[in-house]
Design a protein around this ligand. Structure first.
Ligand SMILES: [Fe+2]
Ligand SMILES: [Fe+2]
Length: 507
C-alpha cells in the first residue's frame, strides 16, 4: 500500500491571509503519520514574491517526507515561476517508485488565474504517459481542476483544454488526477479515473465557511483507491473506488428503451448547414434505428428567425418518434425565444412508464455561456427527488463535462453545482449538446453523453457529423455515435446499471 498526503494552496505570505497555525497543524500531523510521500498541488505562495518564496522554502522544509511541489497561478504571478524553480523545485517532472509513477505539470499561465496544458506541455505529458504505461498506478498532478467543482461561485478557471487533457488521461488509463486551485475539497470518479481536488491547507480564503483541510490517499495492492478529505477540525469524508478491468460488458437484461440524441442542426440557408446530411440522418432514424424517443439538445436553428424555424419544423415533423427539443443559445437569438415556443412548444417533462425525461433550460441571450441558476438548481433537485423511484434522465444544451477539441471556459457558469446535484441525486443519464463533438463518460454513477453536430459543418469531431444512439437495457446503458452520412458506429460508452435501483422493481 502507498499512502500519499495531498496538500495544496498554502498561500504562504507575511499577512494574515496565511494561516500559519493550520499549516503547522497539518504538517505535524503528516510528519507523525506513515505517509510515503507528500504532494503539494500549487499556490505555495500568495503573490509569487521573493520574500514569500524565501519564507515558503523554509516552511516547506518542515515536511519530513519525500515531497513533490508544483506551481499554481499565484506562484506564477509577478514572474514568480522563475523564483519557483530557484526556491522550491522543478516546475514539472516525474517521480517513480516501485509500481507507481507521478507525472506533475505546470498548468499556469503568466498573470492569469486560468490554466492550460497546451502545445509542448501536452506533448510532453503524452510522451511521459506512453513511457510509463507499464506502471500499475499512474498519477498526474497539476494545479488546475479538470471538471467543474461545486460551491465555487462562478465556475471558471478550468484548464482551457480540459477536454483534451481528460481524454488523454482516460486513454492512458491514468488512475488519479490530483489538483487544487479552487479551495474546495472534492472527489469524483470519471470512468476509472479518480479526480481529487484538495481544499486549501493554510489560506484564509475557504468557501461557504469551510475550514482548512488536506487529503489522505491510499493506493491498495488490489487496485482500490481510498481518498479521505481530512479537515483541521478532525472531520473526515471518505470515498473508495475500484476499477473494473477488463471492461467487457454484454447486456443480459431486457431492452427497455431506445433514444436518438441529436444536437446543433443549425438549420439555416448558410453554406455551413448540410441539408442533405440532416435529411439523410432523419431518414435513417425513421427507417433503420426506429427509436422510442428523439432528443434534440439545442441549436436546432442557426439564428432565431421565422424562416429558419419554419424550415426546422419542416425537417423535424418528419420524425415519426416522440420528440423532446430543448433550446440552445442560437435558438433564442433575435425573436427565437418566442419562435421556439411557437414552433416546438415549451419543453416539458416526459414520462414513459418508468422513465422520466427532465428538460433543463440553460441558454441565455447573446452569449454561449449557459446558466441553470440557483432557482433552477432547486427545481432540478426537487424534480429528481420527486421522481427518484424512476429512471431519471436530464436533457440540456450546455455541456457539463469538458469536450475534447474545444476551449473550456466554463460554458455553464454553475456547472459545478449542477453536476453535484446530478451525481448525488441518482440521475441515471444526462444528455447535453454543446461543443460540436460527441463524448461520453460516467461521473460517479451518472453517464453524461454529449452529442456532436448532426448537420453543421463547423464542428469538432473527426468522425464527422453524427447523432447518438442510446439503448437502455435492464442492466446497462450503451451509447454509440452514428456517422450521419455513412451510418458507421463508434462506441461512446457502456455503463452498467446498479442492480438495486428502485425503478427496476416498479413493474
Ligand atoms: Fe489558491
Ligand atoms: Fe490557484
Amino acid at each position: 500500500m502507498i499512502r500519499i498526503a495531498h496538500i495544496s494552496d498554502t498561500h504562504i505570505t507575511q499577512d494574515p491571509a496565511f494561516k500559519s497555525y493550520a499549516y503547522d497543524l497539518i504538517v505535524n500531523e503528516v510528519n507523525r503519520s506513515d505517509f510515503d510521500l507528500v504532494i503539494h498541488t500549487g499556490d505555495v505562495t500568495n503573490q509569487g514574491l521573493k520574500e514569500e518564496y524565501e519564507h515558503a522554502s523554509y516552511l516547506i522544509r518542515k515536511i519530513e517526507k519525500p515531497l513533490i511541489v508544483l506551481p499554481g497561478n499565484h506562484d506564477a504571478r509577478n514572474v514568480g515561476y522563475e523564483l519557483f524553480e530557484k526556491y522550491i523545485g522543478p516546475l514539472y517532472g516525474v517521480y517513480e517508485r516501485d509500481d507507481l509513477v507521478i507525472i506533475w505539470i505546470d498548468s499556469t499561465i503568466p498573470d492569469l488565474s486560468d490554466g492550460r496544458v497546451g502545445g509542448y506541455k501536452f506533448r510532453w505529458l503524452k510522451e511521459k504517459l506512453e513511457e510509463y504505461s507499464h506502471k500499475k498506478f499512474k498519477i498526474v498532478a497539476a494545479h488546475h481542476h479538470l471538471v467543474p467543482l461545486p460551491d465555487t461561485g462562478r465556475e471558471r478557471n478550468v484548464l482551457y483544454n480540459a477536454g483534451d487533457v481528460l481524454d488523454l488521461l482516460l486513454r492512458h488509463e491514468v488512475n488519479l488526477y490530483l489538483c487544487g486551485h479552487k479551495h474546495v475539497p472534492n472527489v469524483y470518479s470519471i470512468e476509472d479515473l479518480v479526480v481529487v481536488n484538495a481544499g486549501c491547507t493554510s489560506c484564509r480564503k475557504t468557501r461557504k465557511g469551510d475550514v482548512n483541510s488536506y487529503n489522505i490517499i491510499k493506493l491498495n495492492g488490489d487496485g482500490r483507491i481510498d481518498v479521505t478529505i481530512r479537515r483541521v477540525t478532525g472531520d473526515e469524508e471518505k470515498k473508495s473506488y475500484k476499477s473494473v478491468k477488463p471492461k467487457l460488458f454484454i447486456p443480459k437484461g431486457k431492452h427497455l428503451l431506445r433514444i436518438v440524441q441529436m444536437s446543433e442542426s443549425n438549420v439555416s440557408d448558410r453554406i455551413y448547414f448540410r441539408k442533405r446530411v440532416l435529411e439523410n440522418a432523419i431518414r435513417a432514424i425513421n427507417e433503420k434505428y426506429k427509436p422510442d424517443l428523439v432528443i434534440h439538445c439545442g441549436d436546432i436553428v442557426d439564428v432565431g428567425i421565422e424562416r429558419y424555424y419554419e424550415a426546422a419544423a419542416g425537417y423535424y415533423e418528419k420524425i415519426k418518434a416522440e420528440k423532446m427539443i430543448v433550446p440552445g443559445h442560437n435558438d433564442i437569438t433575435y425573436l427565437g425565444y418566442d419562435l421556439f415556443k411557437e414552433y416546438f412548444g415549451e419543453p416539458e417533462i416526459k414520462e414513459f412508464g418508468d422513465f422520466v425525461f427532465i428538460p433543463l433550460l440553460t441558454a441565455q441571450y447573446e452569449t454561449p455561456i449557459g446558466v441553470v441558476g440557483r432557482m433552477g438548481q432547486r427545481l432540478l433537485k426537487s424534480l429528481l427527488e420527486e421522481h427518484k423511484e424512476k429512471f431519471t434522465a436530464v436533457v440540456m444544451h450546455h455541456n457539463l463535462i469538458p469536450i475534447p477539441r474545444s476551449r473550456e471556459l466554463g460554458f455553464l457558469e454553475d456547472a459545478g453545482n449542477v453536476l453535484k446535484i446530478l451525481t448525488e441525486e441518482r440521475t441515471e443519464l444526462v444528455m447535453t449538446g454543446h461543443g460540436g463533438n460527441a463524448f461520453g463518460v460516467r461521473i460517479e454513477r451518472t453517464p453524461i453523453v454529449n452529442a456532436g453536430s448532426v448537420s453543421w459543418e463547423l464542428q469538432r469531431d473527426p468522425f464527422g457529423n453524427s447523432f447518438n444512439l442510446i439503448d437502455i437495457y435492464e442492466d446497462m446503458i450503451v451509447a454509440f455515435e452514428i456517422q450521419a452520412t455513412w451510418g458507421s458506429r463508434k462506441l461512446l460508452g457502456i455503463w452498467k446499471i446498479k442492480t438495486e435501483v428502485p425503478w427496476k422493481n416498479n413493474g
